[in-house]
Write a protein that binds this ligand. Sequence first.
Ligand SMILES: [Zn+2]
Length: 129
Amino acid sequence: MKTDHFNRGKKRGFTLVEIMVVVAIIGLLCAMLLPNLVRARATTQRNDCLNNLRVIESSLNQWAMEFHKQSSDVAVWTDLNPYIKKGPLACPNDPKGLYSSSAGSGSFVVNEAPFCTLHGSVTDPVEPQ
Ligand SMILES: [Zn+2]
């Protein structure tokens, strides 16, 4: 009751300037946050890709040791599948693109690090932009 008495006759709510200031502050915060989110996403995808390459390299070494392969022998996905739980791996940026080596896409030479065309290899990664 008392508040109604004091507020009677006054306009309630925000002025246009107050709303514009709040919108401007929110816009400024979004402008500061968005590039960081994009960069964090690119870094995460690159790290996922490099982890996939580590899994491929590890399974390649296991396959080579188990079957007494030479350093120039080539493995394909069907050779590596028993050592990879998730099946054929793909780059998070390009789910259709399989990893490759100098032997071609989906083929891996025992003594070579597999690589991704977007992210490089574990030993020579491409920095996200
Ligand atoms: Zn990749």
